[in-house]
Design a protein around this ligand. Sequence first.
Ligand SMILES: [Fe+2]
Length: 295
Amino acid sequence: MTIMFPKMTASAPAPVSGIIADLHIHSTASDGEYSPARIAAMLDKEHIQAAALADHDSFEGFQEFRNAFHGVSVPAVELSVEYEHTGLHLLAYGFDPENKAFISCLEHFQKVRYERIGKMCERLCGMGVAVTLEDVKKNCPPSTTLGRPHIARALIAAGHVKSFNAAFEKYLGDGKSAYVPKARLDFYEALDIIRASGGVSILAHPGLYHRELAFDVLKKLPVDGFEAYHPNHSRSFSRVLIDHCLRHELPYTGGSDFHDLRRNKANVIGKWGLTSPEWETVRSYFNANCAYRIG
Ligand SMILES: [Fe+2]
């Protein structure tokens, strides 16, 4: 039987109550606006007991976050991968943070990202919109993995646009005038790298791919599990994912995908994720299957 994606709700559904684990957060180590230590303080205020920074192609923020957060921190990273010409995001959890092959893979993709941002700046300058790579890097920590939001911030600071949305609408969005496609890791290669580093792979926000891939295809992807709770998932779609995972004894995760307080107002930190029994199940799964001991 073909399971269709439930129609996404126009406005985000209300967060589930009783969340104690937010496993999908972005910091200044990639395109988030707040430092790992600041994120930790925000989570402590929300009484979150387990969390993961899942920065794009980087876990530079992990140590700072782990030192500052009073709850349990899980090493994580969000990888951009390509599956049959479709871009997907894979969350890797619980890998060995010292694994050399994994670290060099991330370093490679950070370099590629850096070059891409440079090319987009060149395109903007070519159109008379003066913004340089130096402008983009100006207020970022040196280890930041650069992304389009950093260019958007530089465009706003220089007065070229008034908002993030305007920057993406006019210049940076897919197919727009300054857009340069992102080089992505092959999906299967990414799975191998995650496994070899002792991590597990979770397909991030499966509800965001419904235009490209049917659910029947997505649910057969050989990932270890699926992200069920996400601000862009309707409650009914989260339920479909959870039922699928329970039926096949796969773990499911959840998180806010928080970046900042301005851009995506639905992605409220600490308000999306797992309840206590759900987190305990995931914690046991991670401890049984990952190189990193969560405790
Ligand atoms: Fe994300």
